[in-house]
Write a protein that binds this ligand. Structure first.
Ligand SMILES: Nc1ncnc2c1ncn2[C@@H]1O[C@H](COP(=O)(O)OP(=O)(O)OP(=O)(O)O)[C@@H](O)[C@H]1O
Length: 294
């Protein structure tokens, strides 16, 4: 389906991606999480053939996307600032979608316009941020491309429209499975949709795993200094704060028996699972260090 090997890319002397590898053979929904400037958009542009790698290979269903007109039948990329013409209204966007996508589903596109309550005759440039996101979702999903890439697809959506987005995405995916890559800074916004999550940091993908496995990671431990130090052992500490005699740490580990037992409560320790977003932020922050055994 998608095979990226040892990919590197620079804008002039700014290295945006280095030695990125990611392989997925199943048509699944994948989240791409990373902090600002981590390289998410660059990776998406490379996958969709808008940029040429400096090094490494990308294969989409056996096709190299850069400078390859056939790739358009395999990949759709909905950019965060999608280049819609100033003159276009919704009907122009749909005509564009039908012209450039061989799997275009006009009936589904019409249905999505109704779900998102989009006015047909209004110019896209007059749309609100959320409405622009909804027309991009419409274009992206109705294209039914085997590889569908969406940069920040929940950007600007209110709670109701985000729920509508989840519902239509899951329905169309179930009916017509394809590889869907969704990028975000806020993992909670897309995590319920994603079977796997790729984490990008310092120009490369540092994790690519099942969402459920990733969600088990990140444990918060709070309590008296010595008790916390003794329970964390050799676990990797990704956040540490001292407040008075209390120590608060987050470790890059999953909740397991050694950490969860009642004796720890007796020692005044609180041990709990950290929210996934907090875990990812700490995992990718500068200066994250290995705990040295006391
Ligand atoms: N056109 C460009 N010219 C020069 N440098 C660029 C260009 N586009 C991106 N970069 C640089 O490449 C790196 C990766 O940027 P990219 O836009 O891929 O990150 P991102 O993860 O999508 O960021 P964000 O979440 O803030 O949108 C950053 O250092 C950025 O400054």
């Amino acid at each position: 389906m998608i095979d990226i090997q040892d990919l590197s890319f620079s804008y002039g002397n700014v290295t945006a991606l280095e030695n990125v590898s990611l392989k997925e053979t199943e048509p699944i929904i994948t989240g791409l999480w990373g902090r600002n400037g981590s390289g998410k958009t660059t990776l998406m542009k490379l996958i969709s053939g808008l940029e040429q790698p400096n090094q490494g290979k990308i294969s989409i269903n056996g096709i190299t996307p850069y400078n390859n007109s056939e790739a358009m039948n395999h990949v759709t990329f909905m950019q965060e600032d999608h280049p819609f013409s100033d003159l276009w209204d919704v009907e122009d966007v749909l005509r564009f979608g039908a012209y450039f996508n061989e799997n275009w589903d006009q009936a589904f596109a019409e249905y999505l316009l109704e779900v998102f309550e989009l006015p047909r005759k209004k110019k896209i440039r007059q749309f609100s941020k959320g409405m622009k996101t909804m027309i991009k979702i419409t274009l992206g999903l109705a294209s039914k491309a085997p590889v569908t890439i969406m940069d920040e697809p929940s950007n600007g959506l209110d709670a109701h429209m985000r729920k509508q987005f989840y519902d239509v995405l899951l329905d169309t995916y179930e009916e017509h499975p394809r590889f869907i890559l969704l990028s975000t800074h806020h993992i909670e916004e897309i995590e319920p949709l994603c079977e796997k999550i790729a984490v990008i940091d310092q120009q490369t993908i540092i994790r690519y795993e099942d969402t459920e496995d990733l969600k088990r990671h990140g444990v918060l431990i709070t309590g008296p200094f010595e008790a916390v130090k003794s329970v964390i052992g050799n676990s990797r500490v990704i956040d540490e704060r001292r407040i008075g005699k209390q120590l608060h740490v987050m470790i890059d580990d999953s909740l397991h028996m050694d950490l969860g037992v009642k004796e720890n409560e007796a020692a005044g320790l609180t041990i709990e699972k950290a929210p996934l977003q907090d875990y990812l932020v700490n995992l990718t922050k500068k200066g994250t260090k290995k705990h040295e055994h006391a």
